[in-house]
Design a protein around this ligand. Sequence first.
Ligand code: NAP
Length: 276
Amino acid sequence: MTILDGKALAEKVKAEVRAEAERLKAGLAVVLVGEDPASQIYVRGKERDCGECGIQSFSHRIPAETTQAELLALLAELNEDPKIDGILVQLPLPGHLDTRQVLESIRPDKDVDCFHPLNVGKMTLGREGFRPCTPAGVMELLAAYDIPVRGKRCVVIGRSSLVGQPLSTLLTQADGTVSLCHSKTPDLAAYTREADILVSAVGRTGLVTADMVKPGAAVIDVAMNRGPDGKLSGDVDFGPVSEKAAFITPVPGGVGPMTRAMLMRSVLYAAKLHRE
Ligand code: NAP
């Protein structure tokens, strides 16, 4: 069994980004509304990643009471700022703000998270453009460890527009045969037991047990569940499943660092678009 080392691969990706991002003076604006502790940690992580990748980060920490109009005005400014190649609004936003309108007001050529409907459409059609960071990170891990997708049975558990849905699209485009499962899927194990590549993106500790896994499968755990003790765990019962799988991602240290590295790659991609 091989543990897919997302941390090491992310370092490699970030080093590659750095080689070009400094020369291009790539810039990322991160907008954090309010003081949600988890969001603050994520934003600090992104600032650190930018530092490591030679990307200039421009952080906007604004009060939780910020109105929709004020936030849209800030985004309009960032949209026009030539120093900014990518704009990231940290989610979730406070409840009084309209997340959809906010995300759709980011100019598509600066939408490094790939949330804008135009970019989602281009991704779905297989056209060149941004890719959502977590699904892209999963694909990068599979490729780096020479895990073939073509002709393989892939099962993705979780159909969110952030992870499961776009990942099922990318796996299909890589010639996998994909089942996208969710909370209404009857007999989940009947699907997972057939999977050569099994991805869990649900957010429920212990959901994927060893009896649900095909011997020799590649098991990718996207989930990041924080327990009452503050410890992170995934959906997969790591110990027993790792005895059955051929490849498995750890949590932490698997998909998480890859997501962050893919964001840096997206900013570089945007910088290239803007300099060309
Ligand atoms: P989400 O929007 O809550 O979606 C969860 C999905 O799981 C839904 O499609 C839901 O089905 C499905 N589901 C719930 N219970 C299920 C069950 N018992 N059996 C089968 N499917 C079930 O979550 P998300 O944003 O996609 O995130 C999923 C997990 O990934 C979370 O733990 C999150 O923290 C983590 N995450 C990690 C990264 C990373 O960088 N590693 C990035 C993003 C998210 P329905 O659609 O039917 O409700």
